[in-house]
Design a binder for this molecule. Structure first.
Ligand SMILES: [Zn+2]
Length: 248
């Protein structure tokens, strides 16, 4: 384990009956053990770097796509954790942000930049790679967010991300904004936010198999769903969307 704090967090979510452990190769830190702490989808961790299933899948997808991180100015839509540490070690440069609505766009607090992905304060064509995990389902206007991420990418730049993907053919909107107020179309669903704790953050939609088409509609020329190979019997890796901006 990376430290005492991580060990405490692991023990807090441990279901003894679900405990499983297996040797594996972590795409972030190399030879390791993967441990299953509970049967939830996010109950698996790399014991060396603490990477979660979405981190493991995202890094594996970047490797498989042949993206040279050392040649990438990267932007990640979270400010801490194993994925950020890995990108910081390997990318040419890394910009990180969180959504801190009490701050002005682009303002920095405790080293963390505030950005609303629907209206980024970042310059057009600034990055070769943008990454985000489990963010887009929490954004009221995801089409606008995808268009903004496309804008800040350089031509031929990459976007890699995860969201919870459902089996349905079509994305189902669970809520929408009307006159600045949240209108619930389905019973409200919440995910916990590790940064803020408390009641969690609203899930605006459940993504279906039309997600690649939604990404293409934001201007990306090439969009693929990458499913990392399963190397451990009890661990089903997450699907990752890999998209590329067109360019010369
Ligand atoms: Zn690892």
């Amino acid at each position: 384990m990376a430290g005492l704090r991580q060990l405490r967090q692991a023990l807090a979510v441990l279901e003894p009956g679900a405990l499983a452990c297996s040797g594996a190769r972590c795409p972030l830190c190399g030879p390791t053990l993967l441990v299953r702490l509970n049967r939830s989808e996010q109950g698996v961790r790399c014991v060396r770097c603490g990477a979660s299933p979405v981190h493991l899948a995202l890094a594996a997808a970047l490797h498989a796509s042949g993206i040279d991180l050392a040649a990438c100015d990267a932007y990640e839509l979270s400010a801490r954790g194993p994925l950020v540490a890995w990108l910081r070690r390997h990318a040419r440069s890394l910009t990180v942000s969180e959504y801190l609505p009490e701050l002005a766009a682009g303002a920095v607090r405790d080293g963390v930049r505030n950005e609303d992905v629907q209206r980024l304060s970042l310059a057009t064509a600034s990055f070769d790679l943008v990454t985000h995990t489990e963010v887009l389902e929490h954004v009221p206007d995801d089409a606008r967010a995808l268009a903004e991420l496309h804008r800040v990418l350089r031509p031929r730049g990459w976007m890699a991300f995860t969201v919870p993907l459902h089996d349905g053919a079509h994305t189902i909107e669970r809520a929408r904004l009307r006159d600045g107020r949240i209108e619930h179309l389905l019973p409200a669903a919440w995910h916990t936010d590790p940064l803020r704790g408390g009641a969690g953050i609203l899930v605006w939609r459940d993504y279906g198999r039309d997600l690649p088409a939604r990404v293409r509609a934001a201007g990306f020329g090439h969009v693929a769903v990458h499913r990392p190979a399963a190397s451990v019997a009890w661990f089903v890796p997450r699907a990752v969307i890999i998209a590329r901006k067109e360019g010369p």
